[in-house]
Design a protein around this ligand. Structure first.
Ligand code: E4P
Length: 217
């Protein structure tokens, strides 16, 4: 499973990229607002750090407006992936942009039928929002499972990008189901490294090693 990081904070992106963990980045209008940066400047900086797809979201809600914004966002870098909402106009823009050879991430997916429509519109990625479904009392991970089944039934090449990830368990479950990608907040990505027995084991090894008085270098 590929890892994207879900943030517009360039220091976090740089740190995770240096660890060799990043296959891409997703941003959205809320994350850009949180960064306090200009969308074009910060997105360009992100594209210079990471080789993989960097999702930049349109903010227009009509087809013509989305296409105008997509034209500007596309010029930022070759690895820009245009993010469009799962609406009729968004899917029309998705079809047009993919026919033009752009990568497209269809966002705000909350049902398997919506994911089916996005695949038929030629989306590169579909973003089902796990955490936000959990928040409503539903089981967000079931949606990943349903989409996996539907896409495999028909050989759709649209990649499932598990989004709105809130816990390390979400990451594990998405990987077990066979999600192609998970976009994960930086803190959760860093938490994946952690296990108390790793820390305890390392401490014991180092204590025993110190007793030998040896040095490898
Ligand atoms: C995905 O691309 C979205 O940016 C993101 O995962 C939304 O997550 P949230 O529900 O934590 O805002």
């Amino acid at each position: 499973m590929k890892f994207f990081v879900d943030t517009a904070e360039t220091s976090e992106i740089r740190e995770l990229n240096d660890m060799g963990m990043l296959d891409g980045v997703t941003t959205n209008p809320s994350l850009i607002a949180k960064s306090g940066r200009n969308i074009l400047e910060v997105t360009k900086e992100i594209c210079d750090i990471v080789e993989g797809p960097v999702s930049a979201e349109v903010t227009a809600t009509d087809f013509d407006g989305m296409m105008r914004e997509a034209a500007i966002l596309s010029k930022i870098a070759d690895n820009i992936c245009i993010k469009v909402p799962l609406t009729p106009d968004g899917l029309k823009a998705c079809r047009m942009l993919t026919e033009d050879g752009r990568q497209v991430n269809v966002t705000l997916c909350f049902s398997a039928n919506q994911a089916l429509l996005a695949a038929k519109a030629g989306a590169t990625f579909i973003s089902p929002f796990i955490g936000r479904l959990d928040d409503t009392g539903l089981e967000g991970m079931e949606l990943i499972s349903e989409i996996r089944t539907i896409y495999d039934n028909y050989g759709f090449e649209t990649q499932i990008l598990a989004a709105s990830i809130r816990t390390v368990n979400h990451v594990k479950q998405a990987a077990m189901i066979g999600s192609d990608v998970a976009t994960v907040p930086p803190a959760i990505l860093k938490a994946l490294f952690k296990h108390p027995l790793t820390d305890k084991g390392l401490e014991a090894f180092l204590a025993d090693w110190a007793k030998t008085g040896q040095k490898i270098v």
